[in-house]
Design a binder for this molecule. Structure first.
Ligand SMILES: NC(=O)C1=CN([C@@H]2O[C@H](COP(=O)(O)OP(=O)(O)OC[C@H]3O[C@@H](n4cnc5c(N)ncnc54)[C@H](OP(=O)(O)O)[C@@H]3O)[C@@H](O)[C@H]2O)C=CC1
Ligand SMILES: O=CCCC(=O)O
Length: 293
């Protein structure tokens, strides 16, 4: 007999979470998808498409076999779990909790230990890929923690992403994601400085883009963000405040390990400057504005 379909939950319907939850719904693989968002009104779109809604994280978790979360940062991830009516209040034996937010290892470990102590199972599953890959179900998922739960999540990961990696004990995926985004932040910082210098020295930025795109430094990120930078308009796919958070967390990891990270530290300063200029909610390409002050 085929396995009964699972009931799954989703906490956090921001840029990423809404698209990821929608893909779970559209797949038809699950008996139900129950959603929660801190600002509850943001659940309405998915509810109109067939999702169930719950008023608290505890209510989602208690009605679901596996609950996924995609929340802003460590504070948000911890609040969803440990607050009154948080995840912990809904956990019972065997339930799965999969936090896909980008957080640091300490946050993930604290959540994993609490979920496990309550009888549940925990996987961390941060992702690479932004708004469009989330919509297209083409994310790259970095998993760590309970291996059995990770395997049980494969159908869900398969509709949200194009590939998933099991990296080991809780913390490994958090670290990997921070390393990946540290590289990305440094690349974006260098790219924006190049665009600024090209412009100031009388060169066409479009020519720089084309030249970079034809050589060994060609990459989708420069190709995608270049036009936004030239137009100085940055509708958010990956909000700048989240990239700065990731650099901050990666630098803290480097500090803890006494690993010098001078390039990332310099990039972080540019992102802090852009955030101070009020660009935090815009796309992270808005770090270009830090080169213009
Ligand atoms: N956007 C991207 O390209 C990518 C983002 N990520 C990571 O995914 C996560 C989500 O990103 P994204 O969707 O872009 O972010 P958004 O800013 O669009 O959404 C953030 C979500 O977190 C919720 N939230 C914020 N603070 C709290 C809190 N204190 N308690 C409970 N919920 C809270 C928000 O709720 P509310 O609606 O009420 O504000 C919202 O649902 C982040 O960790 C980010 O770094 C990873 C890969 C790509
Ligand atoms: O954390 C955000 C990652 C964005 C991306 O991989 O394009």
């Amino acid at each position: 007999m085929a396995d009964a379909k699972l009931n799954v939950g989703f906490l956090g319907l921001g840029i990423m979470g809404e698209a990821m939850a929608r893909n779970l719904m559209k797949s038809g693989l699950f008996a139900s998808v129950t959603v929660w968002n801190r600002t509850l009104a943001k659940c309405q779109t998915l509810v109109s498409e067939g999702a169930k809604m719950a008023e608290t994280p505890a209510a989602v978790v208690s009605s679901c076999d596996i609950t996924f979360a995609m929340l802003a940062d460590p504070d948000a991830a911890l609040a969803a779990v440990f607050s009154d009516n948080g995840v912990l209040k809904g956990i019972s034996a065997g339930k799965g909790y999969v936090d896909m937010s980008t957080v640091d290892e300490a946050t993930s470990t604290k959540i994993g230990e609490a979920v496990t102590a309550a009888g549940g199972r925990f996987v961390e599953g941060p992702v690479s890929g932004s708004k469009k890959p989330a919509i297209d179900g083409q994310l790259i998922i970095m998993g760590a923690g309970d291996k059995e739960l990770y395997e049980q999540c494969q159908p869900a990961f398969g509709v949200m992403g194009k590939k998933s990696f099991y990296l080991g004990a809780t913390g490994a995926a958090a670290r990997m994601k921070l390393v990946v985004n540290m590289v990305m932040g440094a690349m974006m910082g260098a790219f924006c400085e190049g665009m600024a210098l090209a412009d100031k020295s009388g060169l066409e930025q479009s020519a720089l883009l084309e030249i970079l795109g034809l050589g060994a430094m060609a990459n989708p990120m420069f190709a995608m963000k270049g036009p936004a930078i030239m137009g100085r308009a940055y509708p958010p796919a990956f909000p700048l405040k989240h990239q700065q958070k990731d650099l901050r967390l990666a630098l803290a990891l480097g500090d803890a390990l006494n690993q010098p990270l001078p390039v990332a530290a310099a990039a972080n300063e540019s992102f802090k400057t852009a955030k101070a200029l009020g660009r935090g909610d815009e796309d992270f390409a808005a770090v270009y504005e830090a080169t213009q002050k």
